[in-house]
Design a protein around this ligand. Structure first.
Ligand SMILES: [Zn+2]
Length: 511
């Protein structure tokens, strides 16, 4: 009953966000065109589509651009009353060769995302109600990604009359690459859903509400969704997972998702940390910025949105998702520092710090995922503040037990612009977690520093030796990132789900 009530509530909020009011938006159409620029030169080079549009204005568009000067990468200029569309936003695509090799990014693709996003924002600020985007010379997918990610605003809890209306964005009818455009829209809309799940306040995104949202959205896309309860987890002997929810009044949930896009018997397993609020438990966090911990289910949001996108794209892969969901709260029933708990594989864990709870819920989820004999397991989690110290807010840390899989995810990151960086799985870190007298593992490392590496070493103890495994630490890219203008610099990001979609599609063929 409780689940049903919260489910209704969640759906109400969701439709609030999606409902677009056009009250103060004009019915005018705006067109987005791309233009290249090169260092030190003032000549204008249009994309083929923009070239044709310029011809349809008898060259007036080019004349106007020449009056203002070149449009540099990421810049936008709006021209009015030129040709078929009342507003034409010319977006600067820059010069892809200007990207440094060491940046490890496909510059041509990234420039299109940045340009499309800037143009959509400029037209939207001018109250253009319908935005039409060209193909950006065989980059329709990236144009769709930039445009869709930029056309997002979290305002579910604002009074209706105070909400900012958003325009509709669509592909130009006479452009080429409709299929690629649709692919970009599906992926970016799934990322926007991950952003919404992460941003929503914890009292409106409890484990039950999260599970209900996922059931509704993924079932509609043809994904099998099983929502397990605490009794099920007890039966499975998930003592590590259950120790985290001990202090919370909200019941825990465990999602098991299956998308069968291929006849492959063995699945790819995705595991996502779903702490819907992390107070730290008895090892309470400082109060400053504690509200950010509503997004401590970013790993879960990545897994469910990746599977949604794969299903909507009809990707030929067999994927299972495993998502442990609970709150980490202090109370008279909460786990105490020094308590020893048992994971599903029988290993005993001393919980030295109740704020290192992500690894505790993942331990049991990894054990359960392993029982399906997957081709490989990828787990993803907002796991450690230490990864942000190491890498900042522009890249996810990846710990890989398999070089081929590392190569695939590394390449996927450079294609999507949402990059990954490899971190070590040295025995040294494992010894720090496992060398104890009274129990098998401690949830804190013995030494100083390397907190992301010892966390990964802890997780490794719950993956069978022969199963290829990747652990992705996304605490750095969780929110307020400054490196991707199209995702914006404020709010929760849903990163790096586009890299996961690319990776799963390629990796299920590679191994
Ligand atoms: Zn924590």
């Amino acid at each position: 009953m409780a689940v049903f009530r919260t489910f209704q509530f969640a759906r109400g909020n969701y439709s609030l966000l999606l409902r677009r009011c056009y009250g103060s938006m004009s019915s005018k159409q705006g067109l987005v065109l791309g233009v290249y620029s090169s260092e030190g030169k003032d000549d204008v080079k249009f994309t083929p589509y923009a070239q044709k549009y310029n011809e349809s204005t008898a060259g007036k568009l080019l004349e106007q651009i020449n009056i203002c000067g070149p449009v540099k990468a990421g810049q936008t200029r709006i021209f009015w009353d030129l040709g078929k569309y009342p507003a034409v936003a010319v977006a600067g695509l820059g010069d892809a060769s200007k990207w440094d090799e060491l940046d490890e990014i496909d510059g041509a693709k990234e420039n299109v995302r940045v340009a499309a996003a800037a143009a959509v924002r400029a037209l939207s600020a001018n109250k253009i109600g319908e935005i039409v985007v060209e193909d950006m010379e065989r980059h329709a997918q990236q144009a769709a990604e930039g445009a869709t990610l930029a056309n997002y605003k979290f305002q579910a809890f604002k009074s209706k009359d105070k909400q900012t209306p958003l325009p509709t964005v669509r592909f130009a009818d006479d452009a080429t690459g409709k299929e690629e455009w649709n692919r970009g829209v599906i992926i970016a809309e799934a990322q926007n859903w991950a952003r919404l799940l992460m941003e929503t306040p914890a009292n409106h995104m409890t484990p039950s509400i999260f599970a209900a949202n996922v059931s509704e959205r993924l079932s509609a896309a043809g994904v099998e969704v099983l929502v397990h309860d605490e009794a099920w987890a007890t039966e499975k002997k998930m003592g590590s997972f259950l120790s985290v929810t001990n202090g919370s009044a909200e019941p825990a949930r465990f999602l098991e998702l299956t998308y069968r896009g291929s006849q492959d018997d063995r699945c790819v397993a995705l595991v996502g940390k779903g702490i819907t609020f992390d107070s730290g438990g008895i090892s309470l966090k400082p109060s400053a910025n504690m509200d950010q911990m509503r997004a401590d289910m970013g790993g879960a949001a990545n897994v469910v949105s990746t599977i949604l996108a794969l299903a909507q794209l009809k990707a030929p892969v067999h994927v299972k998702g495993f998502v442990p969901l609970c709150e980490n709260m202090p109370s008279g029933t909460a786990t105490k520092p020094g308590d020893v708990v048992f994971a599903m594989n029988g290993k005993s864990i001393c919980v030295d710090n109740t704020d290192a709870e992500g690894r505790l819920v993942l331990a049991d989820a990894l054990c359960y995922a392993s029982s399906f004999n997957p081709k490989f397991i990828l787990d993803i989690a907002t796991l450690t503040g230490a990864i942000k110290v190491a890498l900042g807010d522009c890249v996810s840390g990846v710990f890989a037990s398999n070089n081929e899989l590392w190569n695939v995810i590394h390449e996927a990151g450079s294609q999507t612009g949402d990059r990954v960086w490899r971190m070590p799985l040295f025995k040294h870190y494992s010894e720090q977690m496992c060398d104890h007298n009274g129990y098998d593992l401690n949830n804190l490392g013995k030494g100083k520093g390397g907190g992301s590496c010892t966390a990964a070493a802890f997780l490794r103890e719950f993956v069978p030796k022969g199963t290829p495994w990747l652990h992705v630490d996304i605490a750095g890219v969780m929110g307020d990132c400054s490196d991707q203008s199209y995702t914006g610099s404020k709010g929760m990001t849903g990163r790096p789900m586009r890299t996961l979609v690319e990776f799963v599609t390629k990796a299920s063929k590679a191994v």
